[in-house]
Design a protein around this ligand. Structure first.
Ligand code: EPS
Length: 395
């Protein structure tokens, strides 16, 4: 079974991720992981912290000669900012617990419910782990999952489709390849393929910064090249759409996840929603639309997998909201911590990692195999079967 765990506080020594269940024989380098980490650090609207950090991964175990061993992979990402927090975050008795104390919880943050649950009078003990800094570790793990999927010609992408307002998310054609549009996305400071929209979003972020506000938004993440048959209708816990939605929702500040055109589909009659099925000799089974986002009955149907994630504005506001001082028990404004104005582009890269995890997990469950050779053979057998019995020609 494929799984991964992360550990680490935002201003602690660093982040760690352990991945279990990866097949042996997957080629991967620290350099490849680092380039994914760099993608997460980009994005107009980030705060001062990204200028301090330049995330790099150090493989601690599970990889030898640029190849996975089949044993648990562990990766370390150092927090450069820790130098400035050594005393405060010290694990020993000499820790400074009188400075940078947080007593005025930010509405929308884990500060208050976390402090209540874990009985921490200093809410720093909560926010250090609730920080989205943790997602760097997910992206490091995601590099392995993306690399695994690429061996089977499955490509994951993401694109920011809204920031700060929902102007009616423009219809975008189904992506069949990562061609031209992706060059623009990767070049864009907001992961936006549409230059005009990008400019509009930049202006909204600038305005928010001036007003002490923060902004949310929406990203789409997709997977091209997934064969029919991942996930299952047979049990609630095997439905691919449910699993992917949960994984995307686990990203801090994501409050809604949509598979395909799920939201607008709810307001249309069935005939305008379901993707009709066609067949001819040349194309085999094919569809003209993909409103289902590549999943029917909890099973991939061979179309591009499409999910959108809706992010709330970051709870740290430079113009703070009403809160309570839990040391003095009086109403006061919430704590102001250094933060980002908008982190939707970074969240999109994290979304890729979570989508890649969900698909790699489903692929391994479907095919089995402790090493890449075995996995490839199993994949080829399955591919042959789909082609021969079901006249599948698309992939
Ligand atoms: C974060 C607050 C900011 C962000 C951080 C997430 O950090 P700091 O409090 O050090 O300024 O920059 O994000 C990252 C460091 C990162 O790598 O994404 C928060 O409170 O969630």
């Amino acid at each position: 079974m494929l799984k991964f765990t992360t550990a680490g506080e935002s201003h602690g020594k660093g982040l760690i991720v352990i991945i279990e269940g990866l097949p042996a024989g997957l080629h991967i380098t620290e350099k490849e992981v680092n380039s994914e980490l760099k993608r997460r650090q980009k994005g107009y609207g980030r705060g001062g912290r990204v200028l301090i950090e330049s995330d790099t991964a150090e493989f601690l175990s599970g990889v030898r000669n640029e190849t996975t061993l089949g044993s648990p992979v562990s990766i370390f990402i150092r927090n450069k900012d820790h130098e400035n927090w050594k005393q405060i975050m010290n694990s020993g008795a000499e820790a400074n617990t009188t400075e940078r104390v947080v007593k005025r919880p930010r509405p929308g943050h884990a500060d208050l419910p976390g402090a209540m649950k874990y009985n921490h009078s200093d809410m720093r003990n909560i926010l250090e782990r609730a920080s989205a800094r943790e997602t760097a570790a997910r992206v490091a793990a995601g590099s392995f999952f993306k690399k695994l999927l690429e061996v089977f010609s499955i490509y994951i992408y993401s694109e920011v489709v809204a920031v700060g307002e929902l102007p009616g998310i423009p219809f975008r054609p189904q992506r069949q390849t990562l061609g031209e549009f992706y060059v623009q996305v990767e070049r864009s400071q907001l992961r936006c393929a549409d230059v005009k929209l990008e400019q509009q979003f930049i202006e909204l972020i600038d305005q928010a910064r001036l007003e002490g506000e923060s902004l949310g938004g929406v990203f789409e993440t997709g997977a091209i090249g997934v064969l029919p048959g991942l996930g299952s209708h047979t049990g609630y816990d095997r439905r691919l759409d449910a699993r992917l939605a949960g994984l995307l929702m686990s990203i801090p500040a994501i409050k809604a996840v949509e598979i395909g055109e799920g939201i607008v589909n709810a307001a249309k009659p069935g005939s305008a929603v379901h993707d009709e099925i066609y067949y001819n000799e040349e194309q085999g089974i094919y569809r003209l639309t993909n409103r289902a986002g590549g999943i029917e009955g909890g099973i991939s149907n061979g179309e591009t997998i499409l999910a959108k994630a809706y992010m709330k504005p970051i709870p740290t506001l430079y113009k703070p909201l009403q809160s309570v001082n839990t040391a003095l028990w009086g109403e006061e404004k919430a704590t102001v911590e250094r933060s980002d104005i908008c982190a939707v582009p970074a969240a999109a890269v994290v979304g890729e990692a979570m989508l890649a995890f969900g698909l790699a997990e489903a692929l391994l469950a479907q095919l089995g195999g402790d090493n890449m050779e075995q996995l490839k053979q199993n994949y080829d057998n399955y591919h042959e079967y789909i082609k021969k019995v079901w006249r599948w020609k698309k992939i």
